[in-house]
Design a protein around this ligand. Sequence first.
Ligand code: 2OP
Length: 223
Amino acid sequence: MPSTLAFDVYGTLVDTTGVAVQLTRHLGDRTAVFVALWRDKQLEYSFRRGLMRNYCSFAVCTRQALDYCCDALGHTLSESDKQALMAAYARLPAFPEVREALERFVGSGHRLFAFSNGAEADVRLVLEAAGIADRFEGVVSVDPIRSFKPDPAVYAHFLRAAAAPAAETWLISGNPFDVIGARSAGLRAAWIKRRPDAVFDPWELTPTLEAPDLAALAAHFCR
Ligand code: 2OP
């Protein structure tokens, strides 16, 4: 039975560690630590701004997290280096199996949306740069709600924007906090466990499904 599928973007469709290529020439063997902290801080800032009702776009969270990482890890980057890193964030690579898997979902009659903390224009740029924009019926951003995942208001916004009932809608995400947020809001949710050692938060809310990548998920949805 065809479903409405809300694909998380950063960490699910595109690889946030893709910025490492750009960072390596500045940071060498400290790149991985910097990239992980940058992502953690970006999300922390979005959570905090959501709770504080002090919304700034996800791009602002990303840039302020970059500034934090430079200060915390003692790396001086010039303004033009930082702008180049932000530009690299707008051209993150798709995970290798994504394009083909999305094609399979579309071919099976599912409705595909990109659903992200990112502002709509930023998400469209990322999807276009990754070569997967044409797979989606639409892009739904949290931006009109002026809050971030996992605020229940943003999942409700998705259902309204896609005109889809919760019982037939799946969030698909590599981010456990997003999966838990969607489950709490009444959606089904698939966790893309991209690393075998990834840990799901031990809460009372669990993924409806788990798959190592989108190809495996497509095999489940598109029999
Ligand atoms: C996204 O909304 C949470 O980064 C994730 O795309």
